[in-house]
Design a protein around this ligand. Structure first.
Ligand code: NDP
Ligand code: 8X3
Length: 249
């Protein structure tokens, strides 16, 4: 039985990813700050979910919690670093420094904390897959994307640098970079709980769903051991690229 650790499993992609692997018979360490949704998941899949209340920004809490997981969950085969958030969309000169700090703490430092705690075991066992949730925002700039996009560019490059270090170890890393995905709490969190503004992001579109992302994550994790997927970028058909901006007099 495979063991999967998913951060941000209380909602959105993380919840769908946990469900996808549970449907496959795996056991799941489900982490998030909110315990109740994790406990509900555990109740639905008795004996195969370890709910772990964890704030990934707290490096000592992460190290402590992962050092203490019960023996039957300790050999983690797949780590999905999914916990993350965007806060605000103001231009850089007006954005909140506190929100910038929180995005960096969660999307960059949190991801690094969990990875550093899990990697030694994977390398010692000679196998493992680390899947980091980046974003198209880490590849393509957009107005108001400032620090959020930069954190996802960090996720992209950290993933590739992991593969540089892990060559020959049996451990591989992927950065999955979704575009527009609806049905999660992402935009509501970004806009400070403003559901109406969040809904407008998806109005008139057919975005990807959390289940689409979970399927892609599952596909990455189930490639044969000799295959590394460095980057997997996904968009819905209703999304594509636009050009650079030109300010005219
Ligand atoms: P949601 O807001 O629905 O879920 C985010 C999850 O992250 C929640 O489970 C939340 O749990 C958890 N989380 C946030 N902060 C922390 C923390 N400090 N410690 C532990 N867990 C935390 O968002 P999505 O599912 O949409 O997004 C998941 C990931 O995908 C994020 O990294 C996001 O940046 C990325 N992404 C999202 C896209 C989208 O369009 N939705 C597109 C591309 C990438 P809790 O609050 O209980 O801690
Ligand atoms: C989420 C996608 O375009 O809202 O990472 O930044 S976007």
């Amino acid at each position: 039985m495979k063991t999967i650790l998913v951060t941000g499993a209380s909602a959105g992609f993380g919840h769908a990813i946990a469900a996808r692997f549970l449907a496959d018979g795996a056991r799941v360490i489900a982490c998030a700050r909110r315990l109740e949704p994790l406990q509900e998941l555990a109740q639905r899949h008795a004996g195969r979910v370890l709910p772990l209340q964890l704030d990934v920004t707290d490096s000592s809490a992460v190290a402590g919690a992962l050092a203490d997981v019960p023996a039957d969950y300790a050999a983690i085969d797949v780590l999905v670093n999914n916990a993350g958030l965007a806060l605000g969309m103001a231009p850089a000169q007006e954005a909140s420094l506190d929100e910038w700090d929180r995005m960096i703490a969660t999307n960059c430092k949190g991801l690094v904390h969990v990875t550093r705690a899990v990697l030694p075991g994977m390398v010692a066992r000679g196998s493992g897959t680390v899947i980091n949730v980046g974003s198209v925002a880490g590849e393509f700039p957009y107005p108001g994307g400032n620090v959020y996009g930069a954190t996802k560019a960090f996720v992209h490059q950290f993933t590739q640098n992991l593969n540089a270090d892990l060559i020959g170890s049996g451990v591989r890393a992927t950065c999955i970079e979704p575009g527009l995905v609806g049905g999660t709490e992402f935009s509501k969190v970004r806009f400070g709980g403003d559901g109406e503004r969040a809904a407008k992001v998806y109005a008139g579109t057919q975005p990807l769903s959390a289940e689409d992302i979970a399927d892609a994550v599952h596909w990455i994790a189930t490639r044969p051991a000799h295959v590394t997927v460095n980057v997997l970028q996904l968009m819905p058909n209703c999304q594509s690229f636009s050009g650079t901006a030109i300010k005219r007099n």
